[in-house]
Design a protein around this ligand. Structure first.
Ligand code: CTP
Length: 130
C-alpha cells in the first residue's frame, strides 16, 4: 500500500490539473491532495484565486482519482503534511523541478511534466482579452 501526496491551488480547474492528479494517483494506491488556502495563494501569487478554497477543494475531492483532500495553510508545513499523512511519494509538477529534493529523506520525490499550453494564468488572460 503506497500513498501519494501532491499540492496545488487548482483554481479554474482545467485539464492540466486533471492530468497531473491522474498520473500522481497511478504511482500509488491512494492520492492525498493539499489544496492551498486563499490566504496562502495570495501570498504565493499576489492575487486571490477566482474560485474560493471551499469550491476548489470540493471539485478536487469529487474526482475519482483523489482519495482525500486537506487545506495547505503554509508552504513551510510541507514536511509536517508529508509525515502526518504518511505519504510515501511526493508528486510535484516539473515547474518545481529540484525544489523539493530536501524531502527525499522521508519520501520519494517525483516531478511530473506539466501538460503543455494550459494554465490558470493563461485562462484568465484569454478571458480578459475576449
Ligand atoms: N499543472 C500541470 N500542467 C499544467 C498546469 C498545472 O501539470 N498545464 C500542475 C502543476 O504543476 C501543479 C498542479 O497542476 O502540480 C497545480 O497547479 P496550479 O498552480 O494550481 O495550476 P496552474 O495552472 O499552474 O496555475 P497558475 O497559472 O496560477 O500558476
Amino acid at each position: 500500500m503506497s500513498r501519494v501526496i501532491t499540492f496545488g491551488t487548482f483554481d479554474i480547474f482545467h485539464l492540466g490539473h486533471l492530468q497531473i492528479l491522474k498520473r500522481a494517483r497511478a504511482l500509488g494506491d491512494e492520492l492525498i491532495v493539499g489544496v492551498s488556502t486563499d490566504a496562502l495563494n495570495f501570498s504565493k501569487k499576489q492575487r486571490n484565486p477566482i474560485c474560493c478554497q471551499n469550491s476548489r477543494s470540493e471539485i478536487v475531492e469529487a474526482l475519482k482519482c483523489v482519495d482525500r483532500v486537506f487545506f495547505e495553510e503554509s508552504l513551510a508545513l510541507k514536511r509536517q503534511y508529508i509525515t502526518e499523512f504518511k505519504a510515501d511519494i511526493l508528486v510535484m509538477g516539473d515547474d518545481w523541478q529540484g525544489k523539493f529534493d530536501e524531502f527525499n529523506d522521508i519520501c520519494q520525490v517525483v516531478y511530473l511534466p506539466r501538460t503543455p499550453s494550459i494554465s490558470t494564468t493563461e485562462l484568465i488572460e484569454i478571458v480578459k482579452e475576449r
